[in-house]
Design a protein around this ligand. Structure first.
Ligand SMILES: Nc1ncnc2c1ncn2[C@@H]1O[C@H](COP(=O)(O)OP(=O)(O)OP(=O)(O)O)[C@@H](O)[C@H]1O
Ligand SMILES: [Mg+2]
Length: 248
């Protein structure tokens, strides 16, 4: 296996708070890498740094052999990096169709692509996530689950190699959460993705992840197979709690 992305000594400070503190790890091509830790551990900040939504204070980010540390978010998107947000960020006044079409066009830097072609591709992604019948609905009128699926469709529409998922299940009821997880697993297969997946529901990552990294206060606590990480005493102490298996 080769590394698709490597971060070295990644560091991000917000005023006096060091949210990400000298973090180093690699994502292997084709894997599903779970990323866990307590609230405020720095997980979303790591995604913001890797996807270019925030500049790093220190450290390097290498994607597919290219140093992307100083590249902008849209440049990273063109190279094949996509992400979803913990809290969906739709364009409220745009239809689902327009929103995904815009992602098709923006993601490939094919500004001369015909609107019809882009729309055709968008339809494919809307069908994939089950939103075809909602294609003409404005984002502001979609349910939370549908917004999550719209986010996923927008991310897929940029034809990424590497997808960062920042909590797919948060805010969904159990039935929707199960459907969302199934959708991610199918998307990984269908589009040959490498997936970096933040989730608080351990049972899902134990099932879906090849490896898990746990962080706390922006530093790595543990890294290994799901079984190794969830049985790691430091991870249990800092995050999972001794009784976690009862709730998993
Ligand atoms: N833009 C920002 N400005 C200031 N502080 C921030 C900013 N983003 C995150 N933080 C702080 O950095 C720390 C890490 O936040 P982050 O959102 O990365 O945590 P997280 O691990 O994703 O948590 P959760 O599981 O609750 O989503 C927190 O203390 C948070 O308040
Ligand atoms: Mg977060």
């Amino acid at each position: 296996m080769s590394e698709i992305l490597t971060v070295q000594n990644l560091t991000k400070r917000f005023g006096g708070l060091t949210a990400v503190d000298g973090l180093s790890f690699s994502i292997q091509t084709g894997e599903t890498l779970g990323f866990i830790g307590p609230n405020g551990a720095g997980k979303s900040t790591v995604v913001n740094l890797m996807s270019g939504y925030l500049p790093a204070d220190e450290g390097r980010i290498i994607f597919d052999g290219t140093d992307i540390t100083n590249k902008k978010a849209h440049e990273r998107a063109h190279l094949g990096i996509a992400r979803t947000y913990q809290i969906p960020r739709p364009f409220p006044e745009m239809s689902a169709f327009m929103s995904v079409t815009a992602a098709v066009i923006a993601g490939k830097q094919r500004l001369n692509q015909s609107f019809e072609d882009a729309g055709g591709e968008a339809t494919h992604y809307l069908e994939f996530v089950g939103l075809f019948s909602k294609r003409n609905i404005l984002a502001r009128d979609l349910t939370f689950y549908e917004l999550r699926m719209l986010e996923l469709a927008r991310a897929l529409a940029t034809t990424p190699k590497l997808l960062f998922l920042d909590e797919v299940m948060a805010g969904l009821n159990p039935g929707e959460a199960t459907r969302a997880v199934d959708m991610v697993v199918r998307a990984k297969e269908q589009f040959a993705l490498t997936v970096f997946w933040i989730e608080h529901v351990m049972a899902v990552l134990i099932e879906a992840a090849d490896r898990i990294i746990a962080i706390h206060y922006g530093q790595k606590l543990a890294e290994g197979t799901p079984e190794e990480v969830v049985n790691n005493d430091t991870v249990i102490e800092a995050y999972l709690g001794k009784g976690w298996k009862q709730y998993a």
